[in-house]
Design a binder for this molecule. Structure first.
Ligand code: MG
Length: 214
């Protein structure tokens, strides 16, 4: 029986990926790395910022002469303040859920708190927030999910992960957890894995039914 629902943040709780990828593409263009929206999703979706930076440095033929992390985060946070929304239907799930919940995100703590704060979801997860910054290896390694389970004293097989990225789904499988892969109908990114522990859904109303919310 499931005891803990582990939510990814970006693309599951907050609709941040279109904004984050748009800003990242702009900033990368300014330092001489031109990529499309689809390439950006394929390269970076669900990965920690450290892993993203490593990939960017590998692709660039020259050193980066600006503080890329600070430039990206500052512009992204400004855009979040203007236009970030919760993922459609997730507020209804969270208001009616009968399980313990937590967040396990590849983003830094500052980004998780910022995005959950703007969308009014922070209170639900206060004290139960796990970031890739808390572990050595980010998703697709299972470390962050295992840290969440261990900290909240729930065995991995009693956890259910909600994820939108393939890296997150791979991390859940590696952690021996069941997972739900949320792939909205209008998503540009539809890569998934067929596996006995993985269920695909295209809207949060289905998650509400699966979790038997009121
Ligand atoms: Mg995500």
């Amino acid at each position: 029986m499931t005891k803990l629902i582990i939510f990814d943040c970006d693309g599951v709780l907050v609709d941040s990926e279109p904004i984050a990828n748009k800003i990242l593409i702009e900033v990368l263009g300014e330092i001489g790395l031109s990529i499309t929206f689809e390439e950006s999703l394929n390269l970076f979706l669900g990965k920690s910022w450290d892993d993203c930076l490593r990939i960017i440095k590998e692709k660039l033929p020259h050193d980066i002469d600006i503080d890329l992390t600070n430039t990206y985060m500052t512009r992204m946070f400004a855009e979040f303040e203007k236009s970030l929304s919760p993922v459609p239907g997730i507020r209804d799930v969270l208001e009616n859920i009968n399980y313990d919940v937590c967040v396990a995100s590849s983003g830094p703590h500052e980004k998780i708190r910022k995005t959950l704060g703007i969308t009014g979801l922070l209170q639900k997860f206060e004290g139960r927030i796990f970031s890739a910054a808390d572990v050595k290896k980010g998703k697709p390694a299972p470390d962050i999910f295992l840290l969440a389970a261990h900290t909240l004293k729930v065995r991995p097989e009693k956890c259910l992960v909600i994820e939108d990225s393939l890296n997150g789904i791979k991390a859940a499988i590696a952690a021996n957890m069941k997972a739900i892969h949320y792939i909205p109908t209008n998503s540009f990114y539809k890569n998934t894995i067929q596996h006995k522990n993985i269920t695909q859904i295209s809207e949060m109303a289905t998650l509400k039914k699966i979790l038997n919310c009121k």
